[in-house]
Design a protein around this ligand. Structure first.
Ligand code: CMC
Length: 429
C-alpha cells in the first residue's frame, strides 16, 4: 500500500477512492478489490490487458526496457552463470541455494527420476501419431493417481515438487522414445539433470552414448530462459486451477495444456513450420512478410510480438547468439537459421512491425537450437513445458502459501436476452 489513492467518478456523480499499490520496481496499480461491493460496478478487461491478478515476488519484467529478472537476478546472468537445477531452486525457494542445499536438491531430483513401471502401459496405449503435449498433460495428471496424498492439503509439498521436476523430464523423454518405436532409456544416476534428459532422449541400448558438454550447456541455458515469465497464460492457468484447491499435479497439467496453443508455447513449433513452408515454397520470405502485413491468409509472423515486450525480448537476444555458437560448434549449417535472420532483418526495418512494436520473442530462435540438438519439431513445446515447470511450481507455491488467496472467479457483463416466457413447442411458429 502506498498511502495514495485514485479517485473514480461514477456516472451518477458518486466519487470512490481506490488505494494505489506500488511494487518494489515502482510499478503502480489501482486496487479495485472493494469496487463492486462499494459501488456495484465491475471492471471489464478481456484478455486481462490491464489487470493484475496478484502481487508476486518471483519474476520482474519490464517489457518497454526489455528487462527480465528471476528473484532479482538478471536473465543474462542466470543464463551465463547458473544451471537449470540451481535456477529452479531459486525460483521455487526465493533465494540461491548454498552448495549443500544445491547438492541435496540435485540428489533428490536424481533419486525421484523413475516413474512407476505401471505408467509405461499408458504410453503403449497412445497411437504413435499422438502429439507429445497430449501425452505429457495426461501423464502429469496421472501422477496424482500414483501419489494420492497430494490431495491432502497437508501433504509434503517439497516432495511433490521434487517428483514433478524430476519425473516430467522422464515422461518427456519416454514419450519421445515411444513415438519413434524405440525402447525407453532409464535415467542414469551418475548424470546431472540436463545430461540425464539428453541420455534418455538419444541413447540406444546397442551403443554407448556420450553426452556432449556443448549440448548439455545449451539445454541448461534453454531451460533457464524458459523457466518463468510472471503471469503469462499458462502460469495464470496454473494459479487459477490451483486456486480451487486442485492438487499440484492437476494445476501443472492445466498449465501444460494452456501452453500448447500456437499463440503461447506452441509458437516454437509454429515458427519452424512457418520457416519450412516458406523454404518449400521457394524461399520468398519478403512475399510472406508482405502477406502478413496485409493480413492475407490470416498468417502472423510466428515468433514475433509479445503482449508485454514492446522491445527486443532479452531471451531472444541470448538465443540468437546461442544459435550461432551452438550450430558453429556442432558444424551444422541450417538454412532455416539464415532464413530466420533475413526475416528478422526485414521485419525490424518495416513500418508495420516498427509501429506495432513487434520484435522477435523467445520462440523465434529456440526451435533452431532444438533442431540442431536433434529434438523433433513436435517435441519443442514439451521442451518449453520442461523449462517452465519451476516457474509454474513457484507460482503455485506462492499462491497456496499466501493468506490472500481466493478462488479465481472473474465476473462478466451479460449481453444475452432478458427474462422471457418459455413457449411450449405447440405454440411455436
Ligand atoms: N505478426 C503480425 N502481426 C502481428 C503479430 C505477428 N506475430 N503479432 C501481433 N500482430 C499485430 C496484430 O495483427 C494486431 O494488429 P492490428 O492492431 O492491426 O489488429 C497488433 O499487432 C496487436 O496484436 P494483438 O494480437 O492484439 O497483440 P496481443 O498482445 O494480444 O498478442 C501475441 C501477443 C504474442 C499473441 C501476438 O504478438 C502473436 O500472435 N504473436 C505470434 C505468436 C507468437 O510468437 N507467440 C509466442 C509469444 S512468446 C512465448 C510466450 O510467452 O508465450
Amino acid at each position: 500500500m502506498s498511502g495514495k489513492t485514485a479517485k473514480l467518478t461514477l456516472p451518477d456523480g458518486r466519487e470512490h477512492a481506490l488505494n494505489v499499490i506500488v511494487g518494489s520496481e515502482n510499478e503502480h496499480a489501482i486496487d479495485i478489490r472493494s469496487l463492486r461491493q462499494d459501488t456495484g460496478y465491475i471492471t471489464l478487461d478481456s484478455g486481462y490487458m490491464n489487470t493484475g491478478a496478484t502481487t508476486s515476488a518471483i519474476t520482474y519484467l519490464d517489457g518497454e526496457a526489455g528487462v527480465l529478472r528471476y528473484r532479482g537476478y538478471s536473465i543474462e546472468d542466470l543464463a551465463e552463470k547458473s544451471n537449470f537445477v540451481e535456477t529452479s531452486y531459486l525460483l521455487i525457494h526465493g533465494r540461491l541455494p548454498t552448495a549443500r542445499e544445491r547438492d541435496e536438491f540435485s540428489k533428490q531430483l536424481t533419486y525421484h527420476s523413475l516413474i512407476h513401471e505401471d505408467m509405461q502401459h499408458f504410453f503403449a496405449g497412445y497411437p504413435p501419431t499422438s502429439h507429445p503435449m497430449a501425452v505429457l498433460s495426461a501423464m502429469v495428471t496421472s501422477l496424482s493417481a500414483y501419489y494420492p496424498d497430494c490431495l491432502d492439503r497437508d501433504a509434503p509439498m517439497d516432495l511433490h515438487i521434487t517428483r514433478l521436476l524430476s519425473k516430467v523430464r522422464t515422461i518427456a523423454a519416454f514419450s519421445y522414445k515411444k513415438s519413434i518405436g524405440q525402447p525407453v532409456m532409464y535415467p542414469r544416476n551418475s548424470l546431472k539433470y540436463a545430461a540425464n534428459f539428453l541420455h534418455m532422449m538419444f541413447a540406444v541400448p546397442a551403443e554407448d552414448y556420450e553426452v556432449s558438454p556443448v549440448l548439455e550447456k545449451a539445454l541448461n541455458q534453454l531451460l533457464i530462459l524458459h523457466a518463468d515469465h510472471e503471469q503469462n497464460c499458462s502460469t495464470s492457468t496454473v494459479r487459477l486451477v490451483g486456486s480451487s484447491g486442485a492438487n499440484v499435479y492437476a494445476a501443472i497439467a492445466a498449465g501444460v495444456l494452456a501452453l500448447w496453443g500456437p499463440l503461447h508455447g506452441g509458437a516454437n513449433q509454429a515458427v519452424i513450420e512457418m520457416l519450412e513452408d516458406i523454404q518449400k515454397a521457394g524461399g520468398d520470405y519478403k512475399k510472406f512478410i508482405d502477406d502478413v502485413k496485409n493480413k492475407r491468409g490470416e498468417r502472423r509472423l510466428m515468433g514475433f510480438g509479445h503482449r508485454v515486450y514492446k522491445n527486443y525480448d532479452p531471451r531472444a537476444k541470448i538465443l540468437k547468439k546461442m544459435a550461432d555458437e551452438v550450430l558453429e560448434h556442432l558444424g551444422i549449417q541450417d538454412p532455416l537459421l539464415d532464413l530466420a535472420k533475413s526475416m528478422e532483418e526485414v521485419a525490424l526495418r518495416d513500418d508495420y512491425f516498427i509501429s506495432k512494436k513487434l520484435y522477435p520473442n523467445v520462440d523465434f530462435y529456440s526451435g533452431i537450437l532444438y533442431r540442431a540438438m536433434g529434438i523433433p519439431t513436435n517435441m519443442f513445446t514439451v521442451m518449453f513445458a520442461l523449462g517452465r515447470l519451476p516457474g509454474w511450481i513457484a507460482h503455485w507455491k506462492e499462491m497456496v502459501e499466501s493468506k490472500d488467496t481466493k478462488i479465481g472467479r472473474p465476473r462478466q457483463i451479460y449481453t444475452g436476452e432478458v427474462e422471457r416466457r418459455f413457449v411450449p413447442i405447440s405454440e411455436r411458429p
